[in-house]
Ligand binder design. Structure first.
Ligand code: MG
Length: 159
């Protein structure tokens, strides 16, 4: 088997009164993400990691935010499309590791649901999908509650 790794990074701004989606799960929150899509910053980072592993560009290139087709789109649809592309090229997701930096609200209790959701969309076991949440100890734009930052790393394999 041959392997490749990919990494993805995304940031979204927070604003009051908008929905907050992370890893395909809606988070109960007074603030949510400013975005052209549903703003699922974690799925966007994961998509970029998968695309990065195959040097296929990035999510903005594949699904332009200038296109009406993607206005308010459920990011799970984008992830499903990226996974289809990965499989089309003969690769399978081995595992993914995602770190979400968010000051508030607390999301740790949603991590099992997030892993389950991403694993379902990617067609892998939840054991292969790690989601970790951290604050930044009130430092920086994340700490001030202005935005959310996500890093994703994947390994993909082919026979
Ligand atoms: Mg994004």
């Amino acid at each position: 088997m041959t392997f490749r790794v990919g990494q993805g990074y995304d940031v979204h701004q927070l604003r009051e009164g908008l929905p907050m989606w992370l890893c395909g799960v809606q988070v109960p929150s007074a603030v949510g993400f400013v975005a052209h899509s549903d703003g699922d910053v974690a799925i966007h980072a994961l998509c970029d990691a998968l695309l990065g592993a195959l040097a296929l560009g990035d999510i903005g290139h594949l699904f332009p935010d200038t296109s009406d087709e993607f206005a308010g789109i459920d990011s799970k649809i984008l992830l499903r499309r990226v996974m289809a592309l990965v499989r089309e090229k003969g690769w399978e997701l081995v595992n993914a590791d995602i770190t979400i930096a968010l000051q508030a609200p607390k999301i740790a209790f949603l991590v099992p649901a997030m892993r389950e959701c991403l694993a379902g969309v990617c067609g892998v076991s939840p054991d292969a999908v790690s989601v970790k949440a951290t604050t930044t100890e009130r430092l920086g734009f994340v700490g001030r509650g202005e935005g959310c930052e996500v890093w994703a790393i994947v390994m993909i394999g082919a026979k």
